[in-house]
Design a protein around this ligand. Structure first.
Ligand SMILES: C=CC1=C(C)c2cc3[nH]c(cc4nc(cc5[nH]c(cc1n2)c(C)c5CCC(=O)O)C(CCC(=O)O)=C4C)c(C)c3C=C
Ligand SMILES: [Fe+2]
Ligand SMILES: [Fe+2]
Length: 361
């Protein structure tokens, strides 16, 4: 039977002893000393209808880490202009890629699969001292609900792992903000570590390189250029100290080295521009058309900033960007899928997690 030790007792339940006590009325139960590992991704709408899309986009685009205009300027524009039309346009894009079998977005399906595989690996090493779960920054499962669930299951320590290889304030920083918001509401906070960006981690780079080699072997015609297309950010964010652009450039350079490619065989571009402001470039959609006009008939596109295929890759790259290349005279367009739940990707995530868990397990 579990033994409760009050915090004023001399023999406290030590981390890892695995005993959850029943507290006297009104006293907190002492946790079991487990460690939680939480994979975090961006989020996704619950469904593709107008109101589900509006709710999701409203939450996402109200985040000042994503769009940092002053509230008095942005909210009227967002609520009265953008959220009238955009849910229809984005809803159509999501419908074209929706996982009909599970009635959810591919990002959610893939993140769940990554979590299950990572759980198998970590549990085989550490048994039930570790709990692996996932959360989303926007939509469900929410960061708050997952942190509370892990704490209720006895996690005294939590490793929070944002699945963004390149650090970005609209992605990594806001994911961590959301963790800290939950901590601010707790009387008893778990200890929390956040996993740093892994844009140059050798295992991540090797998994990327492996995925390129496989796609090149399977391609009908050998691609002449590999376009590494990253989600863009406003140029102002870079000027204000966000390292995202530099991390992206470094990932491409290291991937080039891993693949032994010449400077002409690989390029960095940025996609998904939103609004009238200047974003970092060159824009993928323009660059692939220019490549076709320059006489490159066969290209491949990879998306190293996304840990999982999502609307930005399955719809924007594989439909919009592919069409732009073919319309400009291109002939074969090879899409290199995101690392998703590939074994070498999950092994890389495990290696990174173990590194950051040092001293905890
Ligand atoms: C409005 C500004 C946006 C910034 C800045 C931004 C940065 C950014 N985003 C990702 C990763 C993802 N974004 C995704 C979708 C998405 N992104 C924006 C806007 C900004 N992103 C919108 C409006 C949307 C929704 C789709 C649409 O309406 O076009 C996704 C996909 C989510 C999914 O469910 O499939 C990801 C992933 C990064 C890496 C990044 C820069 C650091
Ligand atoms: Fe985005
Ligand atoms: Fe997009």
């Amino acid at each position: 039977m579990a033994v409760f030790k009050h915090s004023s007792d001399s023999a406290l339940v030590a981390p890892g002893e695995g005993r959850l006590g029943h507290a006297p009325r009104g006293h907190p139960a002492l946790p079991e000393g487990k460690v939680g590992v939480v994979l975090a991704n961006l989020g996704t709408p619950d469904a593709t209808d107008y109101w589900s899309m509006r709710r999701y986009l409203g939450e996402f685009l109200s985040d000042r880490r994503v769009v940092d205009y002053p509230r008095w300027l942005w909210q009227p524009l967002l609520q009265l202009v953008i959220l009238i039309r955009r849910p229809f346009v984005s809803g159509k894009a999501y419908r074209s890629i929706w996982n009909q079998g599970l009635d959810e977005s591919p990002l959610l399906t893939i993140t769940r699969e990554q979590t299950a595989k990572l759980a198998t690996r970590l549990e085989s090493a550490f048994g039930d001292r570790v709990e692996v779960d996932f959360c989303m920054r926007y939509g469900n499962p929410s960061t708050d609900s997952v942190l509370r669930r892990l704490q209720a299951r006895g996690c005294e320590r939590i490793l929070f792992f944002p699945l963004y290889p390149q650090y970005g304030s609209p992605t990594t920083a806001t994911a961590c903000d959301q963790v800290f918001r939950t901590l601010m509401t707790l009387k008893w906070q778990p200890s929390v570590r956040t996993v740093p960006a892994y844009y140059r981690h050798p295992d991540y780079l090797e998994a990327l390189a492996g995925s390129v080699r496989e796609a090149y072997e399977a391609a009908q015609t050998a691609p002449e250029v590999l376009v590494a297309s990253y989600h863009g950010v406003p140029k102002r964010y870079l000027d204000a100290g966000d390292p995202y652009y530099c991390h992206c450039r470094q990932t491409t350079r290291l991937l080039q080295e891993a693949l032994g490619m010449s400077d002409e065989a690989i390029e960095t571009t940025f996609q998904s521009k939103f609004g009238p402001e200047e974003w970092v470039g060159p824009a993928t959609v323009e660059r692939v058309a220019a490549l076709a006009r320059e006489g490159r008939r066969h290209i491949a596109v990879i998306s190293p900033a996304f840990a999982a295929d999502c609307v930005e890759t399955l719809e924007e790259i594989q439909q919009e960007i592919r069409d732009a290349f073919l319309a400009a005279g291109g002939e074969t367009f090879t899409y290199v899928p995101c690392l998703n739940a590939r074994d070498d990707h999950v092994a890389a995530l495990e290696a990174i997690a173990r590194q950051e868990l040092a001293g905890w397990l």
